[in-house]
Design a protein around this ligand. Structure first.
Ligand code: DMJ
Length: 574
């Protein structure tokens, strides 16, 4: 038997060996990433080629029956009401694949797609579509592809490209505008592309439905020089924000004509998710402080009222009291957003919990009841969603921790094992039986494959900063789109962090909101700063006379209070 001291040494050496052998600069590690990158490329083309053979120019592929569905009119339409009689699709999956083709370096296919779309695509169709879905998938897909096509670094479409995608995007943007014609400026959830808002249209919409339009419509305005798209989206966003409760929480559904809430409970998942995402990403893309101010308050409220350990539950916007204790597949985007904010330790701990559930079932179920540790009885499906892969990509970008490559590998393996069929990739109807469903969602190509690819090969990101829309379409961060930022932002060189030895690319907001100290030694303005919600105690020595002199704790975002002995701290644990 080895003496105790020797055991410690052996363990230490093993640890060092493990760290070295898994370091991302290790050639074996680089080979592994290349192999995985190629595997993802094969997955993408298996999905894409099957779509092109069996479904194009319809919207999405049915991989089991090798047929198609014109699903743009069905997206978000749970009861399948008012379906069009005469609609033959808008090549949705092709539009959604454009930016992925560029990222994977397939300029030839991108160019033929652009030519086909410019010659054949029309939005003058009698189809009632969901404004949010059509915005993130179609408008976002077109605007992003236009920006990529005109970006000289990608050398696309020389001579062939004459802004055709922008013309299509502008036409679509104009068809969106009647939806905003409401007493509140909050848009209807549904719009008929040919006829506008139909008679007796429902006035119910969701927070994400009217709060996540600003990236695509803002970009359209910047590109066309016509402010009307951005103004409509901004007016809706401001109105929505004005409806927050005194706790800075929003509900999930609301009425666009009265501006009243319908569903007061909300979380970070379905119906709300991209609202948070767009506040922050709009701040990065347009450099507007207003978006940052909204996001900061909203983020603190989320951390305070929804977070429970690494999990996020729902709460009533009026009282902050927990309502539903459920993990949903859509929530898995949150750690990715936290990486952008710089709150890496919080992102990492939630990501690990999502991975725990992923491993438990082989994929991420749509809804998991945290209080009962069981699946939701009717939401056992996994429709090839990207959110978990997305967060894995962001966390790897921020940390370069090889652990995330391992996570990515297991996502790739699960997808190939459980969802790959001869005719593409099929959704899973029930994660307990792995029974499949005949649907390959367009976001599998726009997001799932893209984020996995970027996880293993980020060369696309080398030259340019991008903001990815909620549908995974990259929009370059251009200085000409930025509002003039306050001096403090400019001085701090906000996308690069300068240290003595190097200039390191970092979270765009790292000067405002820094990562938790536990992960690494990043510093903000010479001092250690922790998470986004952190508010310093008034006195550096933490002495206080009243609660008002205490800040917000960085680790759990709870307000600190002044103890009898006159020190700020977390004296009450609820
Ligand atoms: C995508 O269409 C977008 O990411 C959207 O914001 C919600 N999630 C789906 C994919 O899961």
């Amino acid at each position: 038997m080895l003496p105790r001291k020797s055991v410690t040494w052996v363990l230490l050496l093993l640890l060092i060996f493990f760290n070295l052998s898994t370091s991302h600069s290790d050639p074996r590690w680089a080979a592994k990433k290349r192999r995985l990158r190629n595997k993802v490329r094969t997955m993408f083309y298996h999905a894409y080629d099957n779509y092109m053979i069996h479904a194009f120019p319809h919207d999405e592929l049915k991989p089991l029956s090798k047929s198609f569905t014109d699903s743009l009119s069905e997206l978000g339409n749970l009861k399948l009401e008012h379906l069009p009689q005469d609609y033959n699709g808008s090549a949705l999956t092709l539009i959604e694949s454009l930016s992925s083709l560029v990222i994977m370096g397939n300029n030839t296919e991108f160019q033929s797609a652009v030519v086909w779309l410019s010659e054949n695509l029309t939005f003058d169709v009698d189809a009632r579509v969901n404004l949010f879905e059509c915005n993130i998938r179609v408008l976002g897909g077109l605007v992003s592809a236009h920006l990529l096509a005109t970006d000289s670094t990608h050398r696309l479409g020389q001579g062939v490209y004459k802004n055709q995608l922008l013309t299509l995007a502008e036409d679509l943007g104009n068809r969106f505008l009647p939806a905003f014609n409401t007493p509140t400026g909050l848009p209807y959830a549904w719009i008929n592309l040919k006829y506008g808002v139909v008679e007796n249209e429902t006035t119910e919409t969701s927070t994400s439905g009217c709060g996540s339009l600003i990236l695509e419509m803002g970009a359209l305005s910047r590109l066309t020089g016509d402010p009307k798209y951005e103004s409509a989206a901004l007016r809706a966003l401001r109105k929505l924000w004005s409806m927050r409760s005194s706790l800075n929480l929003l509900g999930t559904t609301l009425d666009v004509s009265t501006g009243e809430w319908i569903e007061y409970s909300s979380g970070i998942g379905a119906g709300v998710d991209s609202f948070y995402e767009y506040l922050y990403k709009a701040h990065i893309l347009f450099g507007k402080e207003e978006f940052w101010r909204m996001f900061h308050l909203a983020y603190i409220a989320v951390q305070k009222y929804f977070k429970h350990g690494p999990w996020y539950h729902e709460a009533d916007m009026r009282t902050g009291k927990a309502t539903y204790w459920q993990l949903t597949s859509l929530q898995a985007f949150w750690p990715g957003l936290q990486v952008l904010v710089g709150d890496i330790a919080a992102a990492n701990s939630s990501h690990r919990e999502f991975f725990y559930v992923w491993n438990k079932f082989g994929v991420l179920p749509e809804r998991y009841l945290l209080d009962h540790q069981m699946l939701h009885p009717t939401e056992k499906y996994y429709p090839l969603r990207p959110e978990f892969a997305e967060s894995t990509f962001y966390l790897y970008q921020a940390t370069k921790d090889p652990w995330y490559i391992e996570v990515g590998e297991s996502i790739v393996n699960s997808l190939n094992l459980h969802t790959k069929v001869e005719g593409g990739f099929a959704s899973i109807r029930d994660v307990t039986t792995m029974e499949l469903e005949d649907h390959q969602h367009s976001f599998f190509l726009a997001e799932t494959c893209k984020y996995l690819y970027l996880l293993f090969d980020d060369s696309f990101l080398a030259e340019q900063n991008y903001v990815f829309t909620t549908e995974g379409h990259p929009l370059p961060v251009l200085s000409s789109w930025q509002d003039r930022l306050p001096e403090t932002y400019i001085q701090s060189n906000w996308t690069f962090l300068k240290t003595d030895k190097e200039v390191r690319r970092t979270s765009a907001m790292s000067k405002q909101v820094c990562p938790s100290t536990s992960l690494n030694s990043w510093e903000c303005a010479g001092q250690k700063i922790e998470s986004a919600c952190h508010i310093l105690d008034f006195h550096g020595d933490h002495r206080c006379l009243t609660d008002e002199e205490c800040g917000v704790d960085s680790t759990n975002c709870r307000r600190r209070s002044c103890s009898m002995a006159g020190y700020c701290g977390l004296w009450l644990f609820i």
